[in-house]
Design a protein. Sequence first.
Length: 257
Amino acid sequence: MLTLLTLELRKLLGARSVRIAIVICFLLPWIWSLAPRLQQVYGLVLTSGFQVPAISLITSVQFVLPLFVALSCAEMIGTEVAQGTLAPLLLRPIDRNRVILSKLLTALVYPALLLLVLLVGSFLAGLRLGYGDFVGGSGLGPGGFIGQGALSSGVAFAQVLRGYLLGALVMAPIAALAMLFGVAFLNTAAAALATIATLQIMRLLTVFPEGFQQILLTTHLDLFLRQGNITQSIILLVIYTVGFCLLSIFAFDRRDV
């Protein structure tokens, strides 16, 4: 299993789409750190380097990160089918469940990797603003960017770390969904398009009653911004992730590739 997981990670990092995504995630924070019209357009004045990770996460989690995750995770199945490398692998004395499980674990790690790169890029981009105590908010804690008064560097760092960990949790079901569509369609473009379309359709369902909205995946994509009790949202995201993974394993075991 460890060998398969290592192999999948190597294939993932070798994909051109993943390399492009990593570069963009590293460079994206510099746009916000150096933006000359940030106050005029968004009414925001950055006063600390701890605020750069927040604005980078907020602006990327709604579309950029889901797009990268959907495309690269769908590619894990679609590319191998197109290149004819998946069928020979399954002809070996290897359990099918181990093959798809290694791919699923790699897919779930991928969003965390992108967020780690985004976080590192954000901290580097925020160096010019400094990382000392400041008055305001980190953007990922109580009060948002306005804050609730003076904020110590230790508390600000903890808020940023919490936000990015929750961001990784938010992206996990999207990765699992892309894998499920990858198994269903055996095509990268179709699986990625189906994943993004599903997310967009869920967003359109805001016209339905609030009780129904609470079970939608897209309702909880802003989890990293929420304060207070978030247990229910975490449980729902875990259910989505595990559910999509189990469906992927079930479908892959019966799929003729």
